[in-house]
Design a protein around this ligand. Sequence first.
Ligand code: SF4
Ligand code: SF4
Length: 372
Amino acid sequence: MRKSDHYKDMGEVFFASMRVEKTGFLEKIDKLLSTSGLAKIFGENELVGLKLHFGEKGNTSYIRPLFVKRIARFIEGKGRKPFLFDTTALYSGARSNAVDHIRTAIENGFNIGYPIIIGDGLLGNAKENVEINKKQFKQASIAQLVFSCGAVVSIAHFKCHLLTGFAGAIKNISMGCAAKEGKLKMHSTVSPYIDKKGCISCGLCVSYCPVEAISMGTVAAIDQKKCIGCGMCIAVCKEDAIKINWDIELTVFQERLAEYCYAVAHLKKGKMFYINFLMNVTPSCDCFPKSDTPIVSDIGVLAAHDPVAIDQASCDLVNNSIGIEESKLKKAFAKGEDKFKDLFPKVDWEYGLDYAERIGLGSRRYTLKEIV
Ligand code: SF4
Ligand code: SF4
């Protein structure tokens, strides 16, 4: 694929490890941002949106606000106006509208001196469409804020995800910049069903379903007409009694995520930058109201202009780490063993990266440049 001028740095991934010798880790973050060329995406006096996940209420593994503040300060120091943003969640938890979401962000420690804005409005319907003409979608329904702001910096907490194997820059931008309508469209093929033999009728899934699609008889039952495919019930069932038709639905979901990320990158051409924090690499995403033991020790922070390269590099760094035996990992503890496959044997996590590369979102090939 020919690289345009906008993406001439594609494939270069800058890396600051957790090891510190002469300088502290916060200074290493500054150096990472200077060296990786973040400032190249800014216009004069621009409003710069820092897209992150503030963490669901009860979750404790989201990115530390101190690190986000450091990035915001760096951008402010370049004469720009940074603010923090996310969009309303599909789940019925503490982020489903802008008021609850901002309160949750503050409770989770993000009152760090920069404005917090919910990009798709009070109820998630402030949106505009981006034409993409791809396999899954002709257009994408994106949060209105993304159209108005000057540049977008993705600050992603890299972790595992039961539908995609991992979640990093691509997921942070695709699901995270979509308006509610876009989120629904991406999730619509994920239609779970109950394994009646496994269900112990605890009712947990009923209380978590955002659209009351689950009823309780002798065992739980899902009304497929009401289900929006958010996946929350699968995540909360401790008996593993809620199943997905993996082969058919998940590759479609991965394609949809890649296409939505492509839509945002296309809209903000040359005005996007990606930062992945490889800390607290938990088995589940930050939408869960709790956090499990990380699967590997903290690795560091990556920065790049290319969302595919940074996610590929993040996966490789995690897989090349030693697994934590007390975590949810079953056996892939050795360096080089596939941790995502170990956790989610039926998910082909590489498929999403492969598809993202095929539609021109970025490159799976990268050069890792370590900051010391
Ligand atoms: S959470 Fe699982 S075990 Fe509990 S009712 Fe739902 S399907 Fe059954
Ligand atoms: S049934 Fe499960 S996947 Fe469907 S909407 Fe409810 S929680 Fe989400």
